[in-house]
Design a protein. Structure first.
Length: 223
């Protein structure tokens, strides 16, 4: 067994399973996708870390990050993602989250606001022959209207609010899953859409940084 494969096995056994991730398809996806392939701009020692990992090898991206594997896996389990789903991956970075999602759904659209990261994501997913992914340059709050509606929209980080542009792109029976953060109190939340109505369900507490200023409320006070 290669060192990296051994690290993936340990990640699943010692990070995901103790965090009550039990869905076989999710465990299999995390075993199948080589996280090290997507580690550009990560410190090598952090590739299989059980913590949130910043892309801190390049100053331009030092505030961008990957969720910890266990948190990401638990979020996917909560989402009840289905093999038939069309998914929008908001803030896909170098493509790891998109690759994992591709193993669990029929089609994934990964968007990011950084062209350099998207080019890397394209190359990374080509190397492992993922044919059901597409990467698009976009501001994160704009989503990708051309392929909407989506059965599931996943936002890779904390938000204060959901922009209408994102809400409008989820299917009438679809869901948006993310981490909602107010006053440093974060919760994994699922917004389930019923026609034109959104029903929010809180799951577990977790504090991670905001994904982008796109998802922060504008300050209405002027000093």
């Amino acid at each position: 067994m290669s060192d990296y494969l051994n690290m993936r096995v340990n990640m699943v056994n010692n990070q995901l399973k103790p965090f009550a991730v039990t869905e076989p398809s999710i465990l299999s996806a995390f075993l199948d996708i080589p996280r090290e392939l997507f580690s550009q701009y990560m410190n090598e020692s952090n590739v299989y870390s059980d913590n949130l990992v910043f892309l801190n090898k390049k100053r331009k991206f030092e505030n961008r990050f990957y969720l910890s594997p266990a948190v990401f896996a638990k979020i996917l389990q909560i989402s009840e993602i289905k093999p038939s789903d069309k998914v929008l991956d908001v803030g896909c970075l170098t493509g790891y989250s998109t690759a994992i999602l591709s193993k669990l759904s029929s089609k994934v659209y990964g968007i990011d606001c950084e062209e350099e990261l998207l080019e890397i994501a394209k190359e990374n997913t080509k190397k492992i022959n993922l044919n059901n992914v597409k990467f698009i340059l976009s501001t994160l709050k704009q989503g990708y209207l051309k392929a909407a509606p989506y059965d599931l929209i996943f936002i890779n980080g904390s938000i204060q609010y959901l922009p209408d542009e994102i809400i409008d792109q989820v299917h009438k029976d679809g869901a948006i899953i993310t981490i909602e953060n107010e006053n440093d109190l974060g919760n994994v939340v699922v917004y389930k859409k019923y026609g034109n109505l959104l029903n929010k369900i809180n799951y577990f507490e977790i504090n991670v940084p905001y994904i982008s200023s796109d998802f922060l409320r504008k300050n209405t006070f002027t000093f």
